[in-house]
Design a binder for this molecule. Structure first.
Ligand SMILES: Nc1nc2c(ncn2[C@@H]2O[C@H](COP(=O)(O)OP(=O)(O)O)[C@@H](O)[C@H]2O)c(=O)[nH]1
Ligand SMILES: [Mg+2]
Length: 228
């Protein structure tokens, strides 16, 4: 009986995620679900991204956090299109919460929506939100063994960002080992070294986002996946 309940919850989530996906497609908004540990630098990387990207396209952010509005307050300095979702004790965002977020955003003003998931490498992975792409973020301060220990985020992601690369000289971290472990899980996975504080990797990241969400304002989402 318990298993049945869990299955139903997941099924309802997938149905709502499909609605989110359909609505975002219909409104011409590409979407990215950004997942990573607490403190890996998701918000910092988004701040830096918005600094560049808002000059050429409409970018909205839905940010998930247990109890505070601090990330939304940070993002608000860069775009008015931001919604904070508080999950309470929930360790991940679910599609119905994103649905509520979408209802509070002016989708016609957006070309791209980035969803900053709750800081966690496990729970967010299995919950479809209706996004076009999933991005997994690690940082060098977490240690080079994290992809091996959290393979599911690597399996689910379309791109892996390795943040805080500026701190590489100061921490015990083997980029080779990190890369090898990622490739052992997903041979085709791209890993992009980035630094939110230095701006490293920003050009490549912005190009990746541009391909996903060309700033046409005409509702074209290029290469959007039809399924999650
Ligand atoms: N040195 C360095 N610190 C960073 C970088 N990115 C984020 N941080 C710091 O890491 C901490 C957590 O960042 P935050 O964006 O709040 O992480 P989040 O919890 O993943 O959203 C903050 O003190 C940031 O200033 C980076 O690229 N390099
Ligand atoms: Mg954050």
């Amino acid at each position: 009986m318990k298993i049945q309940v869990v299955e139903n919850v997941q099924k309802v989530n997938d149905e709502v995620a499909a609605e989110n996906r359909a609505e975002l497609r219909a409104r011409g908004v590409a979407s990215v679900n950004l997942m990573g540990s607490p403190g890996c630098g998701k918000t910092a990387w988004l701040e830096r991204t918005l600094e560049v990207l808002t000059a050429e396209m409409g970018v909205g952010v839905i940010t998930g956090d247990l109890t505070t509005t601090r990330d939304a307050e940070r993002i608000e300095d860069f775009t008015p299109h931001v919604v904070q979702i508080n999950t309470g004790r929930g360790c991940h965002l679910e599609a119905h919460q994103v649905r509520q977020g979408l209802q509070r955003l002016d989708l016609d003003a957006l070309d791209l929506l980035v969803i900053e998931n709750v800081g966690n490498l496990i729970c967010p992975v299995s919950w479809d939100l209706g996004q076009d792409r999933k991005v997994g973020m690690f940082s060098v301060t977490e240690g080079d063994d994290k992809p091996a220990k959290h393979p599911y985020v690597v399996l689910a992601a379309d791109l892996i960002l390795l943040n805080k690369i500026d701190l590489l000289p100061h921490v015990r971290f083997s980029r080779e080992r990190f890369q090898e472990d990622v490739r052992a899980i997903r041979g085709d996975m791209d890993v992009l070294d980035v630094s939110a504080t230095e701006g490293t990797g920003m050009d490549t990241w912005i190009d990746w986002l541009r391909t996903l969400a060309p700033a046409t304002g005409t509702g074209q989402v290029v290469g959007a996946k039809t399924t999650d």
